[in-house]
Ligand binder design. Structure first.
Ligand code: DGJ
Length: 730
């Protein structure tokens, strides 16, 4: 009996020891991806895995924190530290660099605890880390959206040292990969040349994508990227990491391949000129880094991000959108009350929902008759619009459309009453000659008084005109002459505090006017990130509305944003292309017009009206359906994509011929996402009056299976032609 008891006791002790030996693993998992963190036997936290979902729970125990990193074997054990502090044993780019009060530049973080809670659409995991020598804590946040296969991560830093510590690196996250090769696709940009995709293989060392522009921050490169693992990024197959930073200011992505061929990806605010003095007890919160790991190419990754954005991120992501007529490309600054009233009738005539008044309606002492004056003075120019905005709202109502208005509230022209009154509200160096970008300066949003003023621009318009239905919020200048009169001795906080000030304003606007849709614009598409898009329903992709260029621009942005967020207008850019072609290109996103109806023939007007009606009828498919990119303009002389409604009952195929070669072999286009077992009727829509469908399959029916495997002949030999094909399941 005694012996049995002893045996049982031994068993129990052994089992206990086994339990203790169990590695502490934190699993951040979606339905398709696992990110594993492990507490090492040294108490620090390491990434051990980021890849396709692991099937067996028991396998999570098989990783050793120092093995995956391919450490220097016998020489040392080096792991992938989840949030590597600078100055330690890791010789590569750190996540966090802190100068402590005693001058010590080293931070070592140890695991303390973690917790998980259910949030809308996913699980929020928080991991608490603490330095063992300094009163400094870091919280790593991860929200895993299970169905959408998206992970959102950010970090909080707080300390209790006597004086402020100086942060010189404060990234949002760190991710590691151990693969044979890495291929980066980046999205470079400029005015009228947004979202241009290019790829390169990453070799040893660092590749950095960053911006120092401050406010029109994404003008030269956008805050998103793709990394092809083992192979270059491909639309339909292969493993691809797609990541984007929610930050409307200076951002930086560092891609570093180390001595043993591992890649670390480090997204965050660009610390350029931004050493941040963090006071004791105050929390420094980094921007959110949002990523998806697709096992089936970029197209699947995009679909995951589109779905996630509509459900959990974009302002009114599940709502509908307003079609509109804008006046910028048509009138520029040259309009009056009568011209606008006539344009509102044109909007009605076109069948769109709204008229959008652009730049040039404000300023009295310094009227905004061109871009040299008036910014900052948000009173209607009485000589131009004697009865003010109320009369415009009324005229729109009479015409039967809604009324929207353009503002650029973060800026000031030196020729303005605002600047005369508050020269110290502008970002401007005191003792240097001033450099003006588009004749204007950026208001200092680190100053709470300026935030109030900027918020007041929206509030004043809404108080006087509660029926204003839409704002286009522009931002045309980068920060120039970077010096904040408000921050005085803390200049190195300007780039960060300014952006936080911008968010304070945007947050207030959203809180007070949650129903008002807003377009984010920045001299075209220089603001395109998921933090700003929490406050905006959509963004203006580019001032370049040449439909050929737009095919590339929209292809680029579609990698990260759903059609619902992307505004596309029909204009007079590239008149060599037909109005049908221009409209068909704009119709694959959120449709609008910015063209004088006098520029349209009678037939073209009939065509446009029909196209607007079709778009409205099918907007549920375009904006809320699933997008399948089929033929890339980068890899062919054509472009094609299709959308499918959630119930697969309706699909819409857009096909464009850009500049086909003589006798080029034309491939059939195979739509995706259809129900293979249903029969779809094929109908070409958006035809010019009197034109016969050129699509051979028009009027015929096919199974979804046939369409997806055999495809349709939608491409032609002529340049700048388009086909829009509606597929309806029986
Ligand atoms: C830049 C925008 O991208 C344009 O659409 C237009 O609103 C102008 N600004 C107005 O100044």
């Amino acid at each position: 009996m005694k012996k049995t008891l002893l045996f049982l006791l031994t068993l129990l002790v052994f089992a206990g020891a086994q339990a203790d030996n169990k590695k502490k693993v934190i699993r951040i998992g979606t339905e398709q991806t696992d990110l594993l963190l492990q507490v090492g036997d040294n108490g620090r936290l390491y990434q051990t895995y980021l890849g396709p979902k692991l099937r067996h729970e028991a396998d999570l125990q098989l990783f050793d924190w120092y093995v995956m990193a391919g450490s220097d074997g016998a020489i040392s054990r080096r792991g992938w530290e989840a949030y590597a502090g600078g100055g330690g044993e890791d010789y590569f780019e750190p996540a966090l660099t802190v100068l402590h009060n005693d001058g010590n530049p080293c931070t070592k973080l140890y695991y303390v605890s973690h917790q998980a809670e259910a949030v809308e659409g996913g699980t929020h995991i928080t991991v608490l880390l603490r330095d063992d020598q300094y009163p400094l804590e870091v919280k790593l946040h991860y929200v895993a959206y299970a169905k959408e296969n998206v992970i959102k991560t950010w970090t909080e830093i707080v300390h209790h040292e006597k004086r402020p510590v100086v942060l010189s690196a404060y990234t949002s996250a760190m991710l590691y990969f151990n693969r044979n090769a890495y291929y980066l696709t980046e999205f470079s940009s400029d005015w009228a040349r947004e979202a241009q995709m290019s790829s390169q293989q990453l070799q040893f060392g660092k590749k950095v994508i960053d911006t120092t522009l401050g406010s029109r921050a994404a003008m030269q490169t956008h805050p998103f990227f793709e990394v092809g693992l083992d192979q270059p990024v491909n639309e339909q197959q292969g493993e691809v990491l797609m990541g984007t930073l929610g930050w409307t200011g200076n951002f930086r992505f560092t891609f570093e391949v180390d001595n043993v061929g591992n890649l670390r990806v480090i997204p965050g605010i660009n610390p350029y000129a931004s050493n941040y003095e963090l006071e004791a007890g105050r929390t420094f919160t980094t921007p959110e880094f949002i990523f998806t790991l697709s096992q089936h190419g970029a197209a699947e990754g995009s679909r995951s991000l589109h779905e996630w954005a509509r459900r959990y991120s974009l302002k009114d992501g599940m709502g509908s959108r307003l079609t509109l007529l804008n006046n910028w490309e048509n009138t520029g600054f040259d309009f009056n009350q009568q011209i606008l009233a006539d344009l509102m009738k044109d909007a009605k005539n076109l069948g769109v929902d709204m008229f959008l008044l652009d730049d040039g309606w404000f300023g009295n002492k310094h009227p905004r008759k061109d871009d040299h004056a008036g910014l900052g003075d948000w009173d209607v120019t009485r000589s131009k619009l004697p009865e003010g905005i109320p009369a415009l709202v009324k005229a729109a109502k009479e015409a039967g459309v809604k009324f929207g208005i353009w503002i650029e509230p973060e800026m000031v022209n030196p020729r303005s009453e605002l600047f005369e009154k508050h020269p110290d509200w502008a970002i401007k160096l005191p003792n240097r000659s001033t450099y003006y970008y588009r004749n204007q300066l950026v208001l200092d949003l680190s100053n709470p008084k300026v935030q109030d003023y900027v918020y007041g621009v929206v509030e004043n318009i809404m108080k006087e005109n509660p029926e204003v239905a839409f704002f286009k919020w522009d931002c045309n200048s980068p920060i120039t002459n970077a010096y904040s009169p408000y921050l005085k001795t803390k200049q190195s906080q300007l780039y960060i505090d300014h952006v936080r000030g911008v968010y304070n304003v945007m947050r207030r606007v959203k809180e007070n006017y949650p129903q008002v849709p807003m377009m984010l614009c920045s001299g075209g598409g220089a603001r395109c990130d998921y933090e700003a898009l929490k406050y905006f329903t959509e963004f203006w992709c580019s001032d370049n509305t040449d439909p050929i260029e737009r095919l590339y621009i929209q292809w680029g942005f579609s990698q990260f944003f759903p059609a619902k967020a992307m505004c596309a207008h029909v204009t007079s850019w590239n008149k060599k292309t037909s109005v049908k072609f221009r409209t068909d290109v704009a119709s694959m996103c959120k449709l609008g017009f910015d063209i004088g109806l006098q520029d349209l023939t009678a037939d073209e007007l009939v065509y446009c009206r029909q196209a607007v009606a079709n778009w409205k009828r099918l907007q549920g498919v375009i904006l809320d359906g699933t997008q399948y990119r089929l033929v890339s303009p980068y890899e062919s002389n054509h472009m094609a994509l299709n959308y499918v409604s959630k119930d697969a009952a309706k699909a819409l195929l857009f096909a464009y011929d850009i500049h086909p070669r003589f006798k080029e072999k034309l491939h059939r286009v195979k739509p995706q996402g259809l129900d293979p077992d249903r029969t779809y009727r094929v109908e070409e829509i958006n035809l010019m009056p009197g034109a016969k469908p050129t699509l051979k399959a028009h009027g015929m029916s096919f199974s979804g299976d046939y369409l997806m495997k055999v495809g349709l002949e939608v491409f032609g030999q002529e340049a700048a032609q388009s086909h829009v094909v509606e597929l309806t399941a029986d």
